[in-house]
Design a protein around this ligand. Structure first.
Ligand code: PLP
Length: 393
């Protein structure tokens, strides 16, 4: 059977192979430490669960408007006003089935065949695939490790052609944890505005920033930038709610309306109970989330230290999210393995530590370690990685 061209071009997730191998080894009884997780290892806070249970008891289990219930849109509007000083109305907000769905709809409504989208590398795995599914063309810009994995305004300028429609910014970033400063965003924004690009600002890790750094949304820097930016966010990472599948987009009314129309013919509304739970997430005492953030910060500091001590491994210290993205090119070069992918496979085989090869993020010199697991696991994993490096150098 011949499948559609659009899915033949889809590359399967590189993380999948390693995840299923790790699972198989675990089932065989091996002591596998998984550092592949893309989700907080905390339960959804009790306050949120209670709101969801109440919603169920009250029979909030039927269809809602495709773009989300007004009360949740109002909660999101309040959040954007309080956190970023951004003002939106309900027509400028769409609630989606996770932030991933917001991004998917956005590219579907923005791109015509051949339209280019600038994607800084390393990137989150789904950006290129989603752009391609919308018949767009990813244009990769290598953000250097020396520049903390950040794209410069010059790089953005040089990547723009007559076909460039949009640029993606993800701060803090998956997989690098890098965070753009206000000045850096302003400079990138000037280039984007000069060429009338849509800025896709994926802010899903906004609440997981460590040390004294602060999150800035490019949309808050000027009215022009707000008009050209679609902010993507959601409760998955901020409130440990990955399985509830609630995200949103905030931006130009015409874009948001088109995204809602698309949802109305594909998913319909995001799960009704989850929408009520998300209202609970935005209205609970946000200080209660600090416990999760503090735990992540402690783990980051330790894991960064442990990994940096391993000869041949270098790390840029992340400012947010829950990933470390060490460069292991020297280690691979000194080993019998001819690629990072091979090295990662063998690490799992011999030491039972599952990490994600950087190739899936466009950066084959690196590996991604998620610290959404206990300190004990991180310490043991670091020891095993150090032993593996030593054995094969
Ligand atoms: N954007 C980035 C950078 C992510 O890492 C993820 C999840 O891994 C998403 C978006 C999607 O989030 P959600 O679970 O809300 O769809």
């Amino acid at each position: 059977m011949e499948l559609a061209d659009r899915v033949q071009a889809l590359t399967p997730s590189t993380t999948l192979a390693i995840t299923s191998k790790a699972k198989a080894l675990k089932e065989e009884g091996h002591d596998v430490i998984g550092l592949g997780a893309g989700e907080p290892d905390f339960n959804t806070p009790e306050d949120i669960l209670n709101v969801a249970k109440k919603a169920m008891d009250e029979g909030k289990t039927t269809y809602t408007p495709a773009g989300g219930i007004p009360a949740l849109k109002q909660a999101i509007i309040k959040k954007l006003q309080e956190d970023q000083g951004l003002q939106y109305n309900e027509k400028e907000i769409i609630v989606t089935t996770g932030a991933k769905h917001a991004l998917y709809n956005l590219f579907q409504v923005l791109l015509n065949r051949g339209d280019e989208v600038v994607i800084p590398v390393p990137y989150w795995v789904s950006y290129p695939e989603q752009v391609k599914l919308a018949e767009g063309q990813p244009v990769y810009v290598k953000a250097s490790e020396e520049n903390d994995f950040k794209m410069t305004p010059e790089q953005l300028e040089n990547s723009i052609t007559d076909y460039t429609k949009a640029v993606i910014l993800n701060s803090p970033s998956n997989p690098t944890g890098t965070l753009y400063t206000q000045e850096e965003l302003k400079a990138l924004g000037e280039v984007a505005l000069k060429h009338d690009l849509i800025i896709v600002s994926d802010e899903i890790y906004e609440k997981l920033i460590y040390g004294s750094e602060e999150h800035v949304s490019i949309a808050q820097l000027s009215d022009e930038l707000k008009e050209n930016t679609v902010v993507i966010n959601g409760v998955s990472k901020s409130h440990a709610m990955t399985g509830w599948r609630i995200g949103y987009a905030a931006g130009n009314q015409q874009i948001i309306q088109a995204m809602s129309n698309l949802s109305s013919h594909s998913t319909s509304n995001p799960t009704t109970i989850s929408q009520f739970a998300a209202i609970g997430a935005y209205s609970m005492d946000q200080h209660k989330l600090n416990e999760m953030k503090d735990a992540f910060e402690e783990r980051l500091n330790k894991l960064y230290e442990w990994m940096s001590e391993i000869p041949g491994i270098s790390c840029v210290k992340p400012k947010g999210a829950f990933y470390l993205f060490p460069n292991i090119s020297e280690v691979v070069a000194n080993s019998p393995f001819d690629s990072t992918d091979e090295w990662v496979k063998q690490l799992l085989e011999e030491e039972k530590v599952a990490v994600v090869p950087g190739s899936g993020f466009g950066s084959p010199e690196n590996i991604r370690l998620s610290y959404a697991t206990s300190l004990e696991n991180l310490e043991e994993a670091s020891k095993r990685i150090a032993r593996f490096v030593k054995k094969h150098s």
